[in-house]
Write a protein that binds this ligand. Structure first.
Ligand SMILES: Nc1ncnc2c1ncn2[C@@H]1O[C@H](COP(=O)(O)OP(=O)(O)OP(=O)(O)O)[C@@H](O)[C@H]1O
Ligand SMILES: [Mg+2]
Length: 270
């Protein structure tokens, strides 16, 4: 079972008064005339190995942790300017893409909020394959060839969110991500979405995550419990800038499942 555990937040970034009138309803309502409505829907087959806990295992600790993360992010959005979030980790395989899939699903609430995932891991893209979608031009082509990003976005159901996948450009990913075209792509997309999540490569050994962090409001650092060495976490925090990191997500932490099953068992008996 997936077990996404605690989040470490940095509430010192917010003043007490800013937290008093928090309300999830502040996220902008979808603009009915939005160009998003003309994007055809692509159906995704929801399989357990997709590990989207809210859809495959909604009563699991993992699903609950993503509801909690959604609540905290909404609170922060109400208090500070928060729309573009980088999802990265110190090392490969810490669970970035899995967290991106889950968090997008949580934030989209079945399509009530407009959420875009940008697959900015151009070296090692996995999302289209994982979601069993045909490979089509994506972010790489927008950056390399000036493709309109709105024409490359895919509307995924029943996930309820949008994907700008990496695409199949053969140009150097690091050069593409550091080109001025990225700012133009984001400018074109920003106003259409309540949330934009970037699924990125790890902070080490590439520079991509750090250069991408310059384009977002904040970063979430995924740490794989029992795997990611403490030194790598410290290095990643230093590389991104500690103030820029909104929180750390411990992925695959042990111990919560037992606690939750005791509680669920307790409530089910009632
Ligand atoms: N909490 C979890 N429990 C069990 N398996 C998990 C969990 N999180 C991720 N995985 C699995 O671990 C593998 C790596 O996860 P994922 O692809 O999300 O990591 P990543 O950080 O995006 O990797 P990369 O650095 O290669 O992009 C995948 O097979 C995924 O299904
Ligand atoms: Mg990944």
């Amino acid at each position: 079972m997936i077990n996404f555990s605690e989040l470490l937040w940095k509430p010192q970034r917010l003043k007490g008064s800013e937290l008093s009138d928090l309300d999830g309803s502040v996220a902008e309502d979808l603009d009915q005339t939005s160009e998003l409505h003309s994007i055809p829907v692509e159906e995704v087959r929801i399989r357990p190995d997709l590990r989207i806990a809210l859809l495959t295992d909604p009563r699991s600790p993992g699903a609950d942790r993503f509801r909690f993360l959604r609540m905290r992010l909404r609170e922060l959005k109400a208090a500070v300017n928060l729309r573009k979030l980088l999802i990265t980790s110190p090392l490969p395989q810490d669970g970035k893409s899995t967290v991106a899939l889950n968090l997008a699903t949580a934030l989209a609430e079945g399509g009530k909020r407009s959420v875009l995932v940008i697959e900015a891991d151009l070296y090692h893209p996995t999302l289209a394959q994982r979601l069993e979608l045909p490979i089509r031009p994506g972010l790489g082509e927008c950056l390399e060839k000036g493709l309109d990003p709105l024409s490359a976005i895919r509307h995924l159901e029943p996930l309820g969110w949008y994907l700008l996948a990496a695409g199949e450009s053969s140009a150097n990913p690091t050069e593409l991500l550091q080109s001025e075209a990225l700012a133009q792509v984001l400018q074109r997309l920003s106003s259409h979405f309540d949330w934009i999540l970037f699924d990125t490569p790890p902070v080490a050994p590439l520079t991509d995550a750090v250069s991408l962090s310059r384009h977002v409001d904040a970063s979430l650092l995924i740490v794989r419990a029992g795997c990611t060495p403490q030194e790598s976490v410290k290095e990643a925090l230093a590389a991104l800038g500690q103030k820029h990191v909104l929180g750390i997500i411990f992925n695959a932490a042990e111990g919560l499942n037992r606690l939750y099953s005791e509680y669920y068992g307790y409530y089910e008996k009632k």
